[in-house]
Design a protein around this ligand. Sequence first.
Ligand code: 3H9
Length: 692
Amino acid sequence: MSEVVKADNREGILVLTVDYPPVNALGAPVRQGLAEHLTSAQSDNSVKAVVIACAGRSFFSGADIREFGKPPQPPVLRDVQVMIENSTKPVIAAIHGNALGGGLEVALCCHFRITTKSAKLGLPEVKLGLLPGAGGTQRLPRVVGIEKAVQMIVGGEPVAGTEALALGLVNDVFDGDPGRAGEAFARRALAEKMPLKRVRDDDSKLQPAKANRQLFNDAVAAMTRRARGLVAPLACAECISYTLDYPFEKGLQLEREKFLELLNGEQSKAQRHVFFAERAAAKVEGVSADVKPRTVERVAVIGAGTMGGGITMSFVNAGVPVTLIEVAEDALSRGLGVIKKNYEATAARGGISAADVQKRMGLITGKIGLDHARDADLVLEAVFETMAIKKDVFVKLDAIAKPGAVLASNTSYLNIDEIASVTKRPQDVVGMHFFSPANVMKLCEIVRGAKTAPDVLATAVAIAKRIAKVPVVVGNCDGFVGNRILASRAKQAEELLLEGALPQQVDAVLTKFGLPMGPFAMSDLAGLDVGWRSRKDRGIKSEIADALCEAGRFGQKTGKGFYKYEGRAAVPDPDVERLIDETLQKMGRKRRAVSDDEIFERMVYPMINEGARILQEKIAARPGDIDIVWVYGYGWPVYHGGPMYYADTVGLKKIAERLSHYAKETGNPSLEPAPLLKQLADAGKTFASLAA
Ligand code: 3H9
């Protein structure tokens, strides 16, 4: 009998407890164990009802994603579901923790479901580029109605136990041990002779949408508005529509076909890569799992500008109080005002309640003067991006911060060791680089200095996760992982303009690929004057951008930059084309037609090349870490898996050849393939082979 599924016949109630760490995924041993016990329960006269519960922190978290793409091992999940659904004895799912994906789909085959109030019940397959492939798209709408099902399946967000009860998704809620609660419910079901309801047999909740198809169409339109380029949300919606058009069995069969199509498609493979890469990135090389993070209860953020404000919001959104520190009253009240306005705008859109605005603002204490960082366990510096200013702040922090406090800098490219060197406690200094807008973007690059202590890294990772960010630990170099790769792209973007491409052409190539914006729209958003000033300081030129700034075009803030702005809409501007022509004439250059293919290769392949250098220098520990930085920090389309994953799908040989070609064509040796890229390409290998 199964090791993974324990059976305990408690005076007629057979309690099956599944124990398959870490998250009770429905892997082959689980399916086998369930099938064995369910079969014997049918013929065992002493069994009157069956409870399915899980040990550990959760009910089933879904199918075992590691099995996807491998030959299926019997019994398949559907066979187990049929056994449950057709059981002549009541089967009760007792849910705690999570019931996700295949986990909820199993529960939907049970005759009764009970849950803890805090459990999360949902079908998040869409986030893996999939759809619920074990009947979820056919059963959930029959339980919660079409509109809620669309929200849960196309949106992929779970509901809590209390909401599940209100929706009729569960029969009851419980506290305490799932097995015991399941047993008690089973006795009640038997005593009250509750009928064995099969979800598949009841179409009543489908009737409103059957009578008025617009209900379905509107719900889908609302949920797919932001599905840019993703195939899974639309496939999920299509499968839900089968409940309106076909009998249950036919819908199930069509769902299966669509599921397999997505499973074998390129998008889901890329999205599954991102799922595992994100989890791998949280494991820090050289920091074992038993290193304990330091306790962080009080946080101080230095600087109430755009970054400091966004970082503060991230903390308070997670319920962590922040002391927000500025040097002067007007800067502080401006910063607090922006935060309040942001929250009020979210409340106006219905994202949070008016009470939430009050509560979150109540977690922020504005103060003047660094002295107020004295009691903080974590101090996060987000002041102007100049080494001298950063050093000045860290000298002062060193003098006042309590012993053991983590001193973090939000620098986006400066040398963290140089910043740490002005303190007497470089072991406590770490980079925590957030991305703009910091309250929205999920990435946090955690920069490891030469002397950063392991428990400081562990603390930075833990606190980033606590505030719902995705942490990636990176090494110290100019621009770290994200901005260093961005710089390699920016160089080529500028070069392309000097050869004849236009900003709108370059941007369009990248947005077509799935990035939210191209380099020129991004520069306009950030403000061209910032880079201009810094170039002047360093004696560097950027012909076109400098010419734009000299003409007073600083980007969105002045209504003109690489584009002109009508409201927030970027419109190509003939004046910019003229300015480019004039600049090229002055330089003695002629414009040529640049193809979209060349633009794509010259923007993306140098990024991959820089990624290879970053791996070789061990600035990133794994290719997947680079992918996570670009997916969560810069909007690289998740369905292309990140630049390094994408490179493997193109083939490193092709990428190396094209880079070599452009190096010769443009006379730019830095475009030659990096040694690691060349070595892998020559050996017919992939970046993924490095992590294996
Ligand atoms: C599905 O169900 C398809 C069906 O519709 C149709 C089938 C026919 N499988 O995230 P954590 C691992 S698709 C295998 O750090 P947390 C994870 O890799 C599935 N492994 O923990 C990690 O491993 P490691 C639908 C899985 O507490 C470890 O567990 N379900 C799975 O922060 C801990 O993970 C989903 O999409 C899995 N399903 O969060 C849910 N899930 O330690 C996906 C996790 O080696 N999972 N692992 O790095 C999650 O969202 C989160 O993991 C969860 C726990 C919320 C469950």
